[in-house]
Design a protein around this ligand. Structure first.
Ligand code: COA
Length: 204
């Protein structure tokens, strides 16, 4: 298996948006998102990638097949509920890059692709002059009956990438879970990392 990772910025990412939608529906059906995929929702969601400056799609290929996609965009381009906790805390949202998602087919996990997804998006954010990067993950109860026995939370993976949980920075999104009849509100927790420019790019 030969895996290739390529980054596409701005409009260059458009050819991969359909693959992103397919992977979101496939991967987010798993715990903890349990997302009952909807093409109508996906179509709306993908629109945000079409006309936004500063977007990046990092795509993992196995030969010609897309097996994973990871995305990011300036936080300021995100919907208001995503920006809100930052605005409430008087943070400069124009300096923060938002890591929207990483979706990788199950059989390709644990080979370092997820790490590369972070590295590529952070490098892009630094190049664009952002001072920090953030993302949010869904909050599920610890005694959740839907939690698979062997499920490992991604917290340690994120800590290893240098992200810290931002206490009290929460946002709310709506989607339908596989066991729900309609969309309900979900709470998501933000994580954050300062992005420092590499020493070689600092003027002496
Ligand atoms: C999150 C996700 C993208 C991670 O991808 P992944 O490719 O399995 O992650 P990696 O293999 O890069 O990293 C996992 C660990 O394996 C290690 N690893 C395994 N093989 C490796 C290799 N060949 N090279 C480098 N690191 C390797 C990594 O270092 C990392 O360990 P660490 O945190 O101790 O450093 C993937 O699990 C996924 O799609 N999950 C479902 C969707 C999801 O929850 N997305 C996140 C929210 S949007």
């Amino acid at each position: 298996m030969t895996i290739r990772i390529e980054s596409f910025t701005g409009k260059n990412g458009e050819p991969y948006l359909q693959e992103l939608a397919k992977l979101r529906i496939e991967v987010f059906r798993e715990y903890p998102y349990l997302y009952e995929g909807s093409l109508v929702y996906e179509k709306e969601y993908l629109k945000s990638f079409l006309d936004t400056d500063g977007v990046i799609l990092v795509v993992a290929f196995d030969g010609d097949e897309v097996v994973g996609v990871s995305t990011g965009m300036p936080l300021i381009a995100q919907l208001k509920p995503v920006q809100q906790p930052w605005l409430d805390n008087k943070e400069d949202v124009s300096r923060i890059f938002y890591l929207s998602e990483s979706v990788l087919k199950k059989t390709f996990r644990g080979r370092g692709i997820g790490v590369q997804f972070f590295e590529a998006r952070e490098a892009w954010a630094i190049q664009q002059g952002f001072a920090g990067a953030t993302f949010c993950g869904v909050v599920r109860p610890t005694n959740d009956p839907w939690r698979p026995m062997n499920w490992v939370p991604l917290d340690q993976f994120w800590l290893n990438r240098g992200y810290l949980r931002k206490d009290n920075y929460l946002c709310h999104m709506h989607w339908q879970m596989v066991y729900e009849r309609e969309e309900t509100e979900k709470t998501l927790q933000f994580w954050f990392k300062e992005l420092l420019p590499s020493p070689s790019s600092v003027a002496l």
